[in-house]
Design a protein around this ligand. Structure first.
Ligand SMILES: [Zn+2]
Length: 154
């Protein structure tokens, strides 16, 4: 399991080796991804950094994300029922849970999926670059809200 600082270091190295200049903006995008557990969208990263970097453009965020995803240093998780791609700076195999109602994306920490990963390698012969394990449904909070609404109606 990579720690945050190691993940950040790998991202910065990857950008540099891809020929991108390590501008403060690009470094900040990597920092958000390495530190965040909330699986942000490109726009959320942009919004989070806009105040610190008024000249930051959404295109810069996308370009940085593209390179990191291509290098296998960040996972593009696809949308969470909100039509937006969510990004994960943790590329170790793990399970993501997506709520289709509030669009949060969480990690399920306690499950070890390393065995599954190794089995896929053994059976497919692929040199894997990562894994996306996305389970989706309604989070406990949204289930409670739905039940509360139903009770009010009755
Ligand atoms: Zn929810």
């Amino acid at each position: 399991m990579y720690r945050r600082s190691e993940r950040l270091k790998a991202m910065l190295k990857g950008l540099r080796e891809s020929g991108l200049r390590l501008t403060p903006q690009r470094v900040a995008v990597c920092e958000v991804l390495a530190a965040s557990r909330s699986h942000p969208t490109a726009y959320e990263i942009y919004r989070r950094l806009r105040r610190r970097f008024p000249t930051l453009s959404l295109a810069t965020v996308y370009k940085t994300l593209d390179v990191l995803v291509r290098l296998g240093l960040v996972s593009a998780l696809g949308d969470a029922g909100d039509g937006m791609v969510h990004y994960d700076g943790d590329t170790d195999p793990h399970i993501n849970l997506v709520c289709l109602s509030c669009h949060r994306v969480q990690d399920l920490e306690s499950m070890d999926v390393g065995d599954l990963y190794q089995q896929v390698v053994a059976r497919s012969g692929y040199a894997l670059r990562g894994a996306r394990l996305v389970y989706y449904g309604l989070c406990p909070e949204c289930q409670r809200k739905t039940q509360a609404t139903a009770a009010e109606v009755n």
